[in-house]
Design a protein around this ligand. Structure first.
Ligand code: C2E
Ligand code: MG
Ligand code: MG
Length: 759
């Protein structure tokens, strides 16, 4: 059955409240009896019925509390139920014995045994609470805290128990044993507080545990009250403590039932979490115990003028325990400080020093030093494709590989994401190259081999230059990425100037975008041999005010690196679709289709397909009127970029592989990437009439394209000879200065009317 929202019934809190009220009534009966007994003679055994009633109702309360979704918590409450059952049975036996067998208040062995079993269950409930997996030191510390509490309790209790004027001793051995049991149960309750702070069931069980802990105070209270209440035998504090303890148990059970009914218990998994706030207050408990003992010892010494040997021995044991606990705390602090220091300076994933440690090491050096930095090519896409876990394993494998490049005196650090740094004493300008080489061998990641290349930058220097080496190496790395040709670069003053130029260019680009300094030119793509314009490629131009026009070859990479390409690309897409729609309306089906260039960075933007769809819709354009041009390199790594490309193709737009033959040029890509057009790079066209090999390549590319049902477009056709040859080799489409240069949209109509045929 499917639960319907709003109709799901949660367990009610009412039974728990009723049982709590009933327990309170039993306590009131006990109090009323106590008060009455002071005023008139009443038999002492009359206290037992309220003890039986209270423990019985508390038992019911525990059963209700045990009805929670979590086995650990249910088990705790089942054990407390057993405790209450045995206390109840013991009380019944004691009352029965008093009424029907012997006219004595002395505790019977059978009842004593029941109470002992009850205490055992109570202890077990506490001991079996879940606890976080701790280090041996933390275990010893908790053990010492417990030992301090129990020793302190033992000193206090034994003093009262064996002091000559305590009438409880007169009750016989069984009474003394019963009192001892209650005493131990009291200590166990205090121990429960300690455990509550470290318990894994924490937020679910802790509030109830805190409600239970005052039970620990009951036994000392009973001891203190025993001599005081001696004149009224019906007010035996040990028996009277049973209804009080029962009320506390019922109250704790009610707190648990409330947690259960609020649904928190079911939602919270019993994770082993140490709650620091609670832990801090727990640590105070042993000290409170010690303070209580110290106060008691002072009072006893002042009153008697001496300290008994038993108490003196006890206080020595306590002192030893406290000192040991302090030493352990000091040791813990030292270890903690070490760990914090290490965490602040190391990377969690790889265990390598982090950027902070790397820069501080660098800052302390003046001797000649080399710094190299590298990052994994296309890591973001790979991480998307492989998933975070394998991505992490890849980073660990890469960290290990980086470490193999240098000797022991080097510092290898993970600087940021997939960027690693190396600090080597002396001048070693080949370090970056060695890094690149080291990654020529595939990395072993999760029992598979992954070939991941890196780009690296290196800088060397001495004296004042050393602290600046990381920045310089990073500038060199960025330069290597910009050019794309070299996988490693060495820093030079010129690179700083370039980096500065790029930064300025990025700022100017942003302004240019706001001021509308961009426009689109269109270069025809013609059919061979007629020269009829079938399509155009949109090519962006930037004309900053009062400055010469900037080539896209210069500003597109800067726009990519600064992320501005996203906004610029959106503008280009919108403008190109607007022009394509105008041609569709003006020329009908024979109007030129428009090719739009999209860079690698844009393909990593998951919003791109949505952006294209909305531009098509906005301008009322058929999807097959545009073709998106992408480069092989952008989609070669697969991952998110390839996913975006597939989504684009599903929209119905064409897809062209631009500059084909200059990138990775894997023929597999033609299968995995749903392209419709190959744009054969200008470099193959340039040398057409030169060597036979060059011609063979150009001709094969045309054949492959037609075999796979793709259209091949020859790019950068500058001469009539080239056009002739291409036609002879089977090319049906071409683009280049020979046919037309990129022109404003307004000039396209004229070119449509006046084709340049290939004779
Ligand atoms: P591309 O996409 O391969 O564009 C072709 C480039 O070759 C254009 O340069 C074009 O003017 C030039 N070209 C065409 N025919 C000839 C020829 O016969 N001889 C010679 N020497 N060159 C020829 P442009 O416009 O400077 O663009 C350069 C590159 O900038 C483009 O290469 C493209 O990668 C990028 N780009 C241009 N416009 C955009 C754009 O709107 N968005 C994006 N993302 N990139 C663009
Ligand atoms: Mg292009
Ligand atoms: Mg091209």
């Amino acid at each position: 059955m499917v639960p319907i929202e709003g109709l799901v019934t949660r367990p009610s809190l009412r039974p728990a409240t009723a049982v709590l009220a009933l327990t309170a009534v039993w306590l009131l009966v006990a109090v009323a009896f106590g008060v009455a007994g002071v005023l008139m003679p009443v038999p002492a055994w009359l206290l037992w019925p309220s003890a039986i009633g209270a423990t019985g109702t508390a038992m019911l309360a525990c059963r209700i509390a045990a009805a929670t979704g979590q086995p650990v918590i249910s088990a705790f409450w089942r054990r407390i139920t057993a405790t209450m059952v045995w206390l109840c049975v013991g009380s019944v036996l004691q009352l029965g014995h008093r009424l029907f067998i012997a006219d004595t208040e002395e505790l019977t062995p059978a009842a004593g045994a029941c109470f002992a079993v009850a205490a055992a269950f109570g202890m077990m409930a506490v001991v079996r609470l879940p606890h976080p997996r701790r280090t041996w030191r933390a275990g010893v510390a908790t053990g010492l805290d417990m030992a301090i509490v129990v020793t302190a309790a033992a000193i206090v209790f034994s003093h009262f128990l064996w002091s000559a004027d305590n009438p409880a001793i007169g009750g016989g051995a069984a009474t003394a044993a019963f009192l001892m049991i209650v005493m131990i149960a009291g200590s166990a309750a205090v121990a429960a507080v300690i455990k509550a702070g470290v318990t894994g069931a924490g937020p679910v069980l802790a509030p109830a545990l805190w409600t239970l802990t005052p039970i620990g105070l009951l036994s000392p209270a009973a001891w203190i009250l025993t001599p005081v209440l001696a004149p009224w035998p019906h007010l035996d504090p040990s028996v009277a403590s049973l209804p009080v303890a029962s009320l506390l148990v019922s109250a704790a059970a009610w707190v648990q039932a409330r947690t259960n009914t609020s649904g928190r218990a079911a939602a919270a998994q019993p994770t082993i979490v140490r709650r620091h706030g609670a832990w801090r207050s727990i640590s105070v408990v042993p000290y409170l115990a010690v303070a209580a003992v110290a106060t008691m010892l002072t009072v006893v010494t002042v009153r008697n003028g001496y300290l008994s040997s038993g108490l003196a021995c006890g206080s020595v044991v306590l002192t030893v325990l406290v000192v040991t606990r302090q030493l352990l705390a000091l040791l813990d602090n030292a270890v903690l400080l070490d760990r914090l220091d290490s965490q602040a300076n190391h990377d969690d994933l790889t265990g390598l020093p982090n950027r902070r440690l790397f820069t501080s090491t660098l800052a302390r050096r003046t001797a000649p030093t080399t710094v190299a930095v590298c990052d994994l090519d296309g890591f973001a896409a790979l991480n998307d494709q492989l998933g975070d876990e394998t991505g992490d394993a890849l980073l660990r494998a890469a960290a290990e590989r980086v470490g193999t490049v240098t000797g022991r005196d080097a510092v290898v650090a993970r600087l940021l994401g997939d960027e690693f740094g190396l600090l080597v004493p002396g001048g070693d300008t080949l370090l970056a190259e060695r890094l690149v080489l080291a990654f020529r061998t595939p990395l072993r990641v999760d029992s598979r081999d992954l070939l991941v290349t890196v780009t690296a930058g290196v800088a060397t220097g001495a004296g004042d230059e050393v602290p600046d080496l990381l920045r310089r190496a990073e500038v060199a790395l960025q330069a290597a990425k910009y050019t794309g040709a070299d996988r490693s670069r060495e820093h030079s003053g010129a690179l700083d100037a370039t980096a500065q130029h790029h930064a300025e260019l990025a700022a100017a680009l942003r302004r240019g975008l706001e001021l509308g300094e961009f426009r689109l030119l269109y270069q025809p793509i013609v059919e061979l041999p007629s020269g009829a314009v079938t399509g155009v490629e949109a090519l962006v131009r930037w004309q900053p005010t009062d400055k010469p026009i900037v080539s896209p070859a210069e500003f597109i990479p800067v726009a990519e690196h600064s992320g501005l390409i996203i906004d610029l690309g959106a503008w280009i897409l919108d403008q190109a679709c607007a022009d394509a729609a105008a041609w569709q309306r003006g020329h009908g089906p024979s109007g030129p289709r428009v090719n739009i260039n999209v860079s690698a960075r844009q393909l990593l933007d998951p919003d791109l397909p949505g952006l294209v769809a909305s531009a098509l819709h906005r301008h009322g354009l058929d999807p097959d009127r545009i073709t998106i041009e992408i480069t092989e390199t952008a989609v070669f790594a697969g991952g998110a970029a390839l996913e975006t490309v597939r989504e684009l193709r599903e929209l119905g737009v064409g897809l062209a592989l631009d500059d084909f033959g200059t990138g990775h040029s894997s023929l597999t890509l033609l299968r995995t990437c749903p392209v419709t057009t190959l744009k054969v790079d200008k470099s193959f066209i340039d040398d057409l009439n030169g060597t036979a090999e060059q011609e063979a390549i150009a001709s094969s590319l045309s054949t492959i394209a037609s075999t796979l049902g793709l259209r091949a477009v020859a790019e950068g056709v500058e001469t009539r000879d080239q056009a002739d040859r291409l036609h002879a080799l089977g090319y049906r489409y071409a683009q280049g200065y020979y046919f037309a240069r990129p022109v404003p949209a307004a000039d396209i109509a004229a070119l449509l009317a006046d084709p340049v045929p290939v004779p």
